[in-house]
Ligand binder design. Sequence first.
Ligand code: ADP
Length: 302
Amino acid sequence: MVGSLNADLVAYAERLPGDGETVHGHAFARAAGGKGLNQAVAAARGGASTLMLGCVGEDDLGAFLLDQAGTAGVDTSAVATVPGASGVALISVDDTAANRIIVVAGANAALTPDRVEAAFAALASPPAVVLCQLETPLDGVAAALHLGRRSGAITVLNPAPAITLPAEVLAEVDWLIPNEFEASLVLGEPVSVATSEAALDVARRLREHGPRAVVITLGARGAIAVGPDSAEYTLEAFRVDPVDTTAAGDAFCGGFVAALARGLPVPMALRRGCATGALATTRPGAVPSIPTEAEVDTLLTP
Ligand code: ADP
């Protein structure tokens, strides 16, 4: 797992303040987050041996993030502690669940190609899967995908937060996992995923840009995929009672790659991804909402 670790600092208030205004909040929470760490926790809880490659700052939030990752079963021996502040997300939430978020990359900006290359060189054995997102510098992500492919790993990219990606990065990707918005940015034009057939067509077009396989996650509608052998899949979402959809996409990615890393066939890996994403919507927060392998098994058992 290559990516970001952020401390989510969440203040809850009846309403959000306007310009120059101060309001009294009624609750505060600090939780581990960041797309990289969310996905690492989902992979570890999904039963895969998970090594995180990332950076935290030399502050108390860095120590907190390492502790939370370790407690969730993620191997943090390749997370570097670097000078300066850890990555943070300052989140304000009002009583209607509307939010405002400021993310400060902090130490995540230090995940450079040099650091990625050194971490790959130090690996005891080649990884089965390398999973990246885009909350850390793109050249470091490109290096990880390149080295992953060269070592025989399945490379997976969740292109979030969305940017337009260079062709040479897309060419290193085995599985690209965007949502609708990210798919349109990668293709460079608005796309429609209003029906499964339309979404499959977007996935087919994305494959022409380099990735060997594509999953498009469709929120409460589930997901569609086109596999490396061009096999097409339409996955219904699991019926759950969502309370907070934060990290559903991260949970999908971690659950899916954990299954791939364990050698499960693609249709089963997709189902496990959907089940992991669905369960993550039933609890608040990011890392705390991510289900265990046993919880996913229970949802999958008819
Ligand atoms: P993102 O958060 O990246 O936009 P999605 O919202 O598409 O990702 O969610 C990822 C996956 O989680 C979906 O493919 C789906 O399987 C599952 N999921 C998300 N929201 C729901 C929901 N309301 N009910 C059931 N499953 C959901």
